[in-house]
Design a protein around this ligand. Structure first.
Ligand code: CA
Length: 148
């Protein structure tokens, strides 16, 4: 199960995003304070980070730059600032994608899925000649058997 870290200081938004990700079959963990992100990432090794730009403690840009010094894990930056320059800075900082607030949580989930499907650029140990395998389908447990 892919583990997603949500760094967001608005608790309602963070839990909404977490709920949607969990419903989509992911494990979701929320952090509110920017200062806690790097150490959490190092000890928990998430598969993807949803990173707010404006955070208490430490800003998303700075966090993203430090992340890139030791990790290539996918980062989706979330920002309420829509100026073009901020978008560029977000990508310069090494983010893989970004979303502007307010955003559709469904769209966020779609982007998470897309990034997790994408092979890492520097992934060198992809098995060769092992046949094409489709990704494991996320078990959808919402079905109930109808007894007739
Ligand atoms: Ca914020």
């Amino acid at each position: 199960m892919s583990k997603i870290l949500i760094v967001e200081d608005e608790p309602k938004l963070a839990s909404l995003v977490a709920d949607y990700l969990k419903a989509a079959g992911y494990e979701a963990h929320c952090i509110e304070n920017g200062l806690e992100v790097i150490s959490w990432v190092k000890s928990n090794q998430p598969d993807l980070i949803v990173l707010d730009l404006m955070l208490p403690g430490r800003g998303g840009l700075e966090i993203c730059k430090e992340l890139r010094t030791f990790s290539d894990l996918p980062v989706i930056m979330v920002t309420a600032r829509v100026e073009e320059v901020d978008r560029l800075i977000g990508l310069e900082a090494g983010a893989d994608d970004y979303l502007c607030k307010p955003f559709s949580v469904r769209e966020l989930v779609a982007r998470v899925k897309a990034l997790l499907r994408r092979p890492r650029a520097n992934c060198r140990n992809a098995p060769a000649g092992s046949g094409h395998r489709r990704g494991k389908s996320q078990g959808f447990t919402g079905w109930t058997r109808r007894s007739t």
